[in-house]
Design a protein around this ligand. Sequence first.
Ligand code: CO8
Length: 260
Amino acid sequence: MSEFTEIICEKQGGICIIKINRPKVLNALVPSVFYELNQALDEIEADPEIRVVIITGEGRAFAAGADITYMKDLDAKGAKAFATHITSVLRRMESMEQIFIAAVNGYALGGGCELSMACDLRITEAGTKFGLPETGLGIIPGFSGTQRLTRLVGLTIAKEMVVTGKKIDGVEASRIGLVNKVAEDGKLMEEAIDMANQILKNASLAVSYGKEAINRGIQLDMDSAIDFETNLFGLCFATEDQKEGMTAFCEKRKPHFVNR
Ligand code: CO8
């Protein structure tokens, strides 16, 4: 993959590992991080081998938020343009076929927490601090945090986190359903790769359709959402992997998926 400045991208077989690379400022997020991330997404989409993307942070944070020194002097128009750019990249991740895992180290505050919430899965360590502290800076979460947190953990907890700005640790984040798993200390990347490998074992079109059915369905009324799922379910039966998966079961052997 290309060499970047604000991020580090490394391909390991079917997995692409992206590290946010501004460790001196705890990976505080500026527009250039998202320009590079968007370019990396172009390369990922063009590479049929990559099926899982792990996003993590270099150093002692996943990301301690949008860069406050950058945002300080923005006017209303500039702030909206900044938020619009970043949210379009996050939305793109949700619409891609690949599964995104956030391996959340150290701090996921403000925009960092919002980036992690745009991923499909989150794994962290017990001591990691999550939070949306924006109201303490005179703003609200602007990278879709009010929307994604509410959808992930429900109105009650989302409102409390937004209006108090309180930070929670990885164990609490797991308890409220904000993260999927708390890894043993020091084993975050190992366990994230393990999670990626569990996904890679499955039929790739089925995995992507499952993501699409959930992400699109949650925006629809129940009847339309069920229609949407039913259509994708039907499409699975047009794949070679459906035939192979079910034949392998009947023949009592492991399937050999060809991702078609
Ligand atoms: N922006 C800019 N610099 C930062 C940020 C940040 N968000 N976070 C940390 N840094 C810098 C510090 O200023 C410091 O730099 P320096 O060494 O030059 O002084 C360096 O990173 C290390 O940080 P600390 O010395 O503070 O490290 P500590 O271990 O003492 O504290 C904390 C770690 C608790 C994470 C602390 O740094 C902190 O509170 N950071 C800010 C957290 C925060 O408020 N984040 C939310 C930001 S707002 C946001 O994300 C809005 C998103 C939506 C935007 C909408 C579009 C306009």
